[in-house]
Structures are given as structure tokens and as C-alpha cells.
Design a protein around this ligand. Structure first.
Ligand code: SF4
Length: 350
């Protein structure tokens, strides 16, 4: 065993992070937890994991569920393409593998929404196959201990880190090794304030030696967020309102929202009025208020403006929308920003 693995496994305590999926060798549950935990903190993801296992105890039950039900259960977790891929992959398992979760790395990698990291995690945790995981924790630990300054978001960088991870992996116990390195990154070699004083690698760590901890790992691209302004028209007669399902290949596909007018660069405010008039026809209406909410997604800064419009009778249902009773709202899955608005404004809506 190499010195890195030896020190890492000496440090590792399997009980140091109590995660419900650590208790299972079931590939389906491991896969579910890995998808839920992409871009999500453990504390936030755990209740969702438990809810999914409860509602869909087998991959077959998930594959046979309607997509809208899966999206509803996912509501509030964000990055909804994960939920759509989860559902599509469950169908793949049913159709291509007879409902049996695949047990070869290459077959796991073919599943929708499964990349190299997730495939390695499932292959090692469920089947003890010798594949090293490379996630954010692993990039951070390896770049610091070995002083690797190649940007992690480049093809070359990815290759270097994958090779290094594969070379260090203890092939006799890949599951334990993979869990150990991820726990180490989460608990000791933390992004902002690593606990170098308690670190087993403090004598070898190149980043500590050269005082480069904050510079590693290196990323070549700065994240640029485009701003979007979404104007929602919340028509209400005190009983019913309009919603529509997002169908385009865009954020929140499959989720519900209010009738929308998006302010594009160069739009005039009079365009918003025109969009509203097109919905109202000849009807007289009064805008009773407007509230602004913000949400930062990975690549987009969303500003949602909710324009509340009270009327005695709703106008004709706008094209692409449906009319629902306010008490039915909880049956639909909404993006977080709209759910937040609904929670805050139940007075207006009830
Ligand atoms: S010495 Fe500090 S920076 Fe280096 S591996 Fe340990 S915790 Fe991370």
C-alpha cells in the first residue's frame, strides 16, 4: 500500500460522518443518494433521500411512477434535470437490464445522468470494483497534498487528477478508500479553513509547505452568471388562478409557474403592459402589488417579479395555461423561488 492510502486509512473512522446510505450495499440506494447529493449539502439532501426510498423502494417502482410525481417529490431540491434523468435512468434499468441495477462500471456509466464520478462511487460502494472517485473533495485534497496546479476544469487537468486518483487507490478496499478520501476532504481539508494542525499529511503537503492552500485547486474559468428578469402575472379571483407547465429546454423544465413575460435585453416596460393586456382582453383589472424575489442558480441570476392582479372574474385561460383552484396548488411542483413566494403570500391567495 502506498504512503498516501496508508495514512488516509489510518485516519479514517467509518463512523465520522453518519450518512444513511453508508449503511447499505444496495446499488439502487447508493445511486439515488449520489444523484441527490450532487450540488446539494448532506443536511438538505438526507430528508429527500429518505422520502424517495420510502416512496420508491425499488428501481422498478421509480421507473413506473409518473414523472410529475417524481418532480413533486424533488420539489425544493433544485437542479431539476437530475430528477428527470433519475426517472429516465430507472426506465433504462427496467428496459435494458430487466430491473436489475447493472453491476459493471461501463454499464453504470451508460445510465442517464451518471458521469464518471457517480459510476465509480456505485461500482466501488455496491460492488467493490477498483474505481477511484474524483469529486470536488478529491480534487481539493490531491491538488493540495501533491501541489498540482493544473486547472481542474480542463481536459488535461481532469486526466491528471483521474490518473493520480487511480494510482493512489487501494484496490483491495476501494469502497473504504473512496469513502475515506471524500470524508477527509469534507472534514479536514475543507475549502476555506482546512484543519492543517490535525492533518496526517501536514509533513508531506506541498500546499502547506509553499503557503498555497487558498490557491489550490486552480480553476481556469470564472463563473459568469447571466441575469434574467421573469415577470409573473398572478391573476386571482380569490378562488382560482392560472398556472402553466414549463416545457422548453430551459431551467425548471416540467415544473409549474404563473403566466410569464420575460424581460429580454432591449425590452420596454410598455411590452410588459402589452403582454398583460393580451391576457386580459377587454376586462378591467387592477394590479394590487408587485413583489421581487431573487435566486442564484449555477449559471443564472434569477429575478422574479410577481405582479398580483385581483379581479372579480378571471379572464379566459391564457394559451398554454390551466386554471386551478388555489387549494390545489400544493399538488403541483414549483421552482423554489415560486414556492417561496406562495409560502409568503398565502394571505393573498387564500
Ligand atoms: S495540511 Fe492542510 S491543506 Fe494540506 S492536506 Fe492537510 S488539511 Fe489539507
Amino acid at each position: 500500500m502506498n504512503w498516501f492510502s496508508r495514512k488516509l486509512l489510518e485516519w479514517y473512522n467509518p463512523d465520522s460522518r453518519n450518512l444513511p446510505w453508508k449503511l447499505t450495499g444496495d446499488a439502487y440506494k447508493i445511486w439515488l443518494s449520489e444523484i441527490i447529493l450532487q450540488q446539494t449539502r448532506v443536511e438538505q439532501g438526507t430528508p429527500y433521500y429518505l422520502a424517495f426510498i420510502h416512496r420508491y423502494p425499488t428501481v422498478r417502482s421509480l421507473a413506473e411512477a409518473p414523472l410529475d410525481d417524481v418532480l413533486k417529490l424533488w420539489e425544493g431540491l433544485g437542479y431539476y434535470s437530475r430528477a428527470r434523468n433519475l426517472h429516465a435512468a430507472a426506465k433504462q434499468v427496467l428496459e435494458q437490464h430487466g430491473g436489475q441495477f447493472p453491476d459493471k462500471y461501463e454499464d453504470i456509466l451508460q445510465l442517464k445522468g451518471v458521469g464518471a464520478y457517480t459510476a465509480a462511487a456505485i461500482a466501488s460502494f455496491a460492488y467493490h470494483l477498483p474505481h477511484a472517485v474524483v469529486d470536488g473533495n478529491v480534487y481539493r485534497v490531491l491538488s493540495r497534498v501533491f501541489g498540482i496546479a493544473t486547472p481542474i476544469d480542463t481536459t488535461v487537468g481532469k486526466k491528471i487528477f483521474e490518473q493520480k486518483a487511480a494510482e493512489l487507490l487501494d484496490v483491495s478496499q476501494p469502497a473504504i478508500y473512496n469513502q475515506a478520501i471524500m470524508d477527509f476532504g469534507a472534514l479536514v481539508c475543507k475549502p476555506q479553513v482546512p484543519l492543517c494542525g490535525q492533518c496526517p499529511f501536514s509533513t508531506e503537503c506541498k500546499a502547506l509547505e509553499k503557503n498555497e492552500i487558498q490557491q489550490l485547486p486552480v480553476k481556469s474559468k470564472k463563473l459568469i452568471r447571466t441575469a434574467r428578469r421573469l415577470h409573473y402575472f398572478v391573476w386571482s379571483d380569490g378562488q382560482s388562478l392560472f398556472i402553466r407547465q414549463r416545457a422548453d429546454n430551459d431551467i425548471w423544465k416540467g415544473l409549474f409557474e404563473f403566466p410569464l413575460w420575460e424581460e429580454l435585453p432591449g425590452s420596454k416596460l410598455s411590452d410588459r403592459k402589452k403582454a398583460l393586456s393580451a391576457m386580459s382582453g377587454d376586462m378591467k383589472f387592477r394590479e394590487t402589488g408587485s413583489l421581487t424575489y431573487k435566486q442564484a442558480l449555477t449559471h443564472q441570476q434569477i429575478i422574479a417579479l410577481f405582479h398580483e392582479i385581483s379581479v372579480e372574474n378571471l379572464p379566459a385561460t391564457p394559451r398554454g395555461c390551466i386554471r386551478i383552484k388555489q387549494k390545489q396548488l400544493s399538488a403541483y411542483a414549483f421552482p423554489k423561488i415560486i414556492r417561496q413566494y406562495l409560502e409568503d403570500r398565502l394571505n393573498f391567495l387564500s
